[in-house]
Design a binder for this molecule. Structure first.
Ligand SMILES: Nc1ncnc2c1ncn2[C@@H]1O[C@H](COP(=O)(O)OP(=O)(O)OP(=O)(O)O)[C@@H](O)[C@H]1O
Ligand SMILES: [Mg+2]
Length: 608
């Protein structure tokens, strides 16, 4: 059978470059980054909001002018100007306010999406170690929460803090101009109130953060429980799962109550301080008016301005609490998501040019966790075009060997070279584009079968897609489905049988047609007849390629050029099937056991 699938170009297109965004990790810089990104909307919105606030502040001032000119008569131009100014300010306040609102409506989703997109792009660059140390659901939750926090903080700053600070400043100046004593009282109190509120809000942060963390834990547990609901059914542990959930909900409730109690205490103290000063201001203004120190118009002005200032100060006090919660969310998110990438391309990384496919491990040492070494000084060379089988007990390091070849992890010592190029010197994306991998647990996207197969080469034609499916013996079951290639496969491919999932993964790798092919238990779930048929198809594909096949079922690898027998991270035997089967050793024992229908599972150890 001749395969006509187009080969992958030796130099993958530059569009494959990862292009991670250069995101600031410091929260303020992160916020400014997104505000700057959308300045054509952000600046007009800022201007509208400033004008809106100023119109609001000068409204009471115009009202005083009306009151002062009222005795002059309705026809007096001074009164008419004052009325027009009042009306104009009221209209402008609405117009600018709505203008800012409309711009905000436009900007909000764009900005949130920009932050989400950038955070996701950064996340894509994280290593396998990072991804295996975090819950996928929790990371997705963090991205959503962090991008939302960008908006929440900017809006709180722009629509709550900025107008309030401006109102406080200008109103206090106007009030001071009208009556120094009252002005000093209100302004002084407001400043003291704000300083204390800021401090209280800061002290509340540990409570709000603890509540946020408890909420995240609930989401994590819930997602974990939902995704394993089938296991809960099978083990008849439905009520146990509810108990587990109840336990985290109880913990969450405690954290939320503690946070609410503290916030409520702050609100009470703010409310009492507020009432006292409101009454105090009213009493003092009345006192001044009675003594004739201020006129009726000034009385109205000081009262309106005084109340305006006090109300704004109270709102601001409340906003601080929310602001610190958002800032906490942003901080947490950035700390989790924007950690530096562990595995990075060198700035001068070369395009990967695998032409022959010679693989060389030189004194490679590696441990997933310090002190738990998987490989120590492992040296092996696989000549270009050789077809090699890796066998050995479960946990002996076969998949790790492949992980290092793909540079999913960096070696601790030594080097790995493909065609003489150290895998650390080439761009990861190029490296991955040129190694076709059928992983041990192929997980599929919840997309159509066609999309999943075409993942191997997005630009593949329908004919090429169908041919790959045919070679992988996936066409028969796909064509039997009502929707055929358009059928959705369920989350992680759960709607397919294990063997069907493997055949889709084989088709995908066939379509990719990379110069190096790695099969990690690629056909382990298939019956022997289908496996043999696929092997024949793969045999054509393997022609001229360097191929690494990992299999527990030795008949899968027995026909290959060479076998490497792994035991506890060491290659204990190296040779072809005929040689190894004839030699006393691990391979011979495994072979004999399998011939007896027993599959080695690690309970049997190699002879020392
Ligand atoms: N992501 C990981 N983090 C920490 N340790 C790991 C990780 N992956 C594998 N290990 C450990 O490394 C060792 C080698 O695992 P590896 O997956 O390479 O074995 P394997 O030979 O492929 O086994 P199997 O035949 O069961 O697939 C094992 O002890 C395993 O527990
Ligand atoms: Mg494995």
């Amino acid at each position: 059978m001749v395969c006509t699938i187009m080969p992958t170009p030796a130099h993958p297109s530059p569009s494959l470059a990862a292009g991670f965004p250069d995101l600031p990790r410091e929260p303020t810089a992160f916020l400014l980054h997104f505000a700057r990104l959308h300045w054509p909307l952000f600046l007009p919105m800022l201007a509208c909001e400033l004008l809106h606030t100023l119109c609001g502040i000068f409204g009471p001032y115009a009202l005083t002018r009306i009151l002062r000119s009222a005795p002059l008569g309705v026809d007096h131009p001074q009164l008419q100007w004052a009325v027009m100014a009042f009306a104009g300010l009221a209209l402008a306040e609405i117009a600018f306010g709505r203008g800012a609102g409309a711009l905000q409506l436009r900007l909000a989703p764009i900005q949130r999406q920009a932050a989400l997109r950038a955070l996701y792009a950064w996340l894509q660059g994280h290593s396998h170690r990072y991804l295996s140390n975090h819950f996928a659901g929790a990371l997705a939750h963090r991205i959503g929460e962090t991008s939302l926090a960008v908006n929440q903080i900017l809006w709180t700053g722009l629509f709550d803090l900025l107008p309030v600070v401006l109102t406080l400043l200008v109103s206090s100046l106007l009030l001071l101009q009208t009556n120094t004593g009252l002005g000093l009282l209100v302004a002084g109190w407001s400043i003291a109130f704000l300083v204390v509120s800021w401090w209280l809000a800061r002290t509340s942060q540990p409570y709000t953060l603890a509540a946020a963390a408890a909420r995240a834990e609930t989401t994590g547990t819930l997602v974990d429980s939902v995704s394993h609901l089938a296991s809960a059914h099978l083990f008849a542990r439905l009520s146990h799962e509810r108990t587990v959930l109840d336990r985290v909900l109880q913990k969450e409730l405690g954290a939320i109550r503690a946070s609410n109690r503290y916030t409520e205490q702050i609100r009470w103290s703010q409310a009492i301080a507020f009432i006292l000063l409101k009454l105090g201001t009213l009493g003092y203004a009345l006192f001044l008016w009675q003594r004739g120190a201020i006129q009726l118009a000034d009385f109205v002005l000081v009262l309106t301005l005084g109340m305006l200032i006090l109300n704004e100060a109270r709102n601001l006090g409340r906003r601080f609490l929310e602001l610190f919660e958002y800032v906490g969310n942003l901080n947490n998110g950035l700390r989790t998501l924007l950690t530096p990438h562990e595995i990075v391309d060198r700035p001068d990384a070369e395009p990967c040019t695998i032409t022959a496919g010679e693989i060389r491990f030189d004194e490679v040492s590696f441990a997933y966790r310090a002190g738990q070494s998987v490989f120590q000084d492992l040296t092996v060379q696989i000549p270009a075009g050789q077809r090699v089988g890796l066998v050995g007990f479960s946990g002996s390091g076969k998949s790790t060997f492949v992980n290092l070849l793909l540079r999913l992890y960096d070696v601790d010592a030594g080097s790995i070279r493909i065609d003489g190029q150290d895998v650390r010197d080439v761009r990861q994306e190029d490296l991955h584009a040129q190694i076709g991998l059928i992983p041990q647990d192929p997980s599929l996207f919840h997309r159509s079968l066609a999309d999943n197969i075409r993942y191997g080469r997005l630009e593949a034609s329908d004919a090429e897609l169908h041919q790959a499916a045919r070679l992988a013996h996936a066409d028969t079951f796909i064509e039997r489905l009502k929707e055929g290639y358009a059928a959705l496969v369920g989350e992680r491919g759960v709607k397919l049988s294990g063997g069907q999932r493997q055949r889709v993964a084989v088709a995908r790798a066939l379509l990719k047609n990379a110069p190096v092919l790695v099969l990690d238990e690629a056909t382990s779930s298939l019956d022997s007849i289908t496996e043999r048929a696929i092997q024949e198809a793969l045999g054509d594909q393997m022609h001229g390629k360097t191929v690494i096949v990992i299999a527990h079922r030795l008949s899968t690898v027995a026909h290959l050029d060479r076998l490497l027998v792994f035991d506890e991270g060491r290659i204990v035997q190296d040779g072809n099937h005929a040689t190894l089967a004839a030699q006393p050793g691990l391979y011979q024992r495994l072979w004999q056991m399998q011939a007896d229908g027993f599959l080695g599972d690690g309970t049997v150890r190699a002879e020392p």
